[in-house]
Design a binder for this molecule. Sequence first.
Ligand SMILES: Cc1cc2nc3c(=O)[nH]c(=O)nc-3n(C[C@H](O)[C@H](O)[C@H](O)COP(=O)(O)OP(=O)(O)OC[C@H]3O[C@@H](n4cnc5c(N)ncnc54)[C@H](O)[C@@H]3O)c2cc1C
Length: 393
Amino acid sequence: MYLTPGVVAIMDFSLSEDHVRMRKLFKDFVKNEVEPIADKMDKEEYFPWEVIKKAGELGFLGAPFPEEYGGTGLGNVAYCLLNEEIAYASAAMCTIIGAHMGIAAHSIFAGNEEQKKKYLVPLTTGEKLGAFALTEPTAGSDAAGIKTKAVRKGDKFVINGTKIWITNGGVADIYVVYADLDKSENSRGGISSFIVEKNFSGFSVGTIEKHMGIRGSSTAELIFEDLEVPVENLLGVEGGGFAIAMKALDYGRMGLGAGCVGIATRCLHLSQDFANQRVQFGKPIIKQQAIQFKLAEMATKIEAARLMVYNCAWLADAGKKITKQSAMVKLFCSQVANECAYEAVQIHGGMGYMTDYPVERIYRDARITEIYEGTSEMQKLVIAMQLMRERRR
Ligand SMILES: Cc1cc2nc3c(=O)[nH]c(=O)nc-3n(C[C@H](O)[C@H](O)[C@H](O)COP(=O)(O)OP(=O)(O)OC[C@H]3O[C@@H](n4cnc5c(N)ncnc54)[C@H](O)[C@@H]3O)c2cc1C
């Protein structure tokens, strides 16, 4: 005990007993359900419906939400633990869950009581899958530049436009769609958020993309041709959609950062195991200081990344705004995941380039983390903007 008697420690980095228990449940679930199909998801672009259903039944998909909406009430720390454990086995599965729980469910959480009961509960229980549809062909980083238009006609909104690269697109049942209610061509103030069911008239799925990594996650184009949405499916107020999207992305980025910690940790473990058994120059390569230094750097970065994630989750659970912290988490953790994946391939040498070894998949999977839910450049802009605001206060 190094504290002066009478001084109370105010920093406590330990997890609560409930969180430790949850982490054990998540670990067992991942080992039994996710790990066995991770390779199949990549090689066959297999969509893991049965695993998502099981996660829902076990109550995992409601981790960050209050119990009255099917949640565990264990908050964002539990949500981050889940993401970390899942991404340890499969970044694709973490992507599916991230779009579902992170950005789709969090958008609906901004809705009214009736909307939450009708649409959030089936997401947290895993009965239905969610998706978040913001990006368009001409609006990626510049998300406020969307061209999808909504017009109110009686008791309906009619939406026309196209979304691209929507995770869970084509497989999801419930879509949070962002569209502009302002009639003028270049307006940005009318962006509004709508809950769309896949069987609504005027909704269709276009191209399903092929991608470098996270191949078990579906990424699709959505086409809206006079899509009819009942007025009661508007989330929040008319013109309030951009704020809902940005807040949902705060939570999504935090969860994504946790997933990156899982990816990086897997890279470290695989590298340690490989370096222990690979013999060159008469001894395991782990005996080489160059390899030890790589492992030490990976471990140090992972430790920093994990602390950032859990600090952000703790702030979120304390009801604080996390825009700056979640952007920092996304920026840093995605960098760490990619650096660790790079070094893992390097430590594996030629084996790391072969599709038989998981690091090859992880290297491809990690790449997307610096792009979706806002590129690294966009995270720097968000952080800088928040810094300037803080300085003005
Ligand atoms: C696999 C996958 C899944 C996705 N899932 C979803 C989803 O579920 N829902 C959804 O809505 N979207 C989704 N997206 C879209 C994703 O969020 C966008 O790809 C991302 O925001 C970047 O947009 P962009 O690809 O159009 O790049 P662009 O905006 O065209 O950017 C291209 C490059 O320019 C840089 N750049 C752009 N503007 C600036 C600037 N002002 N300053 C400095 N650099 C800049 C970017 O950082 C990037 O390096 C997904 C994308 C992929 C690939």
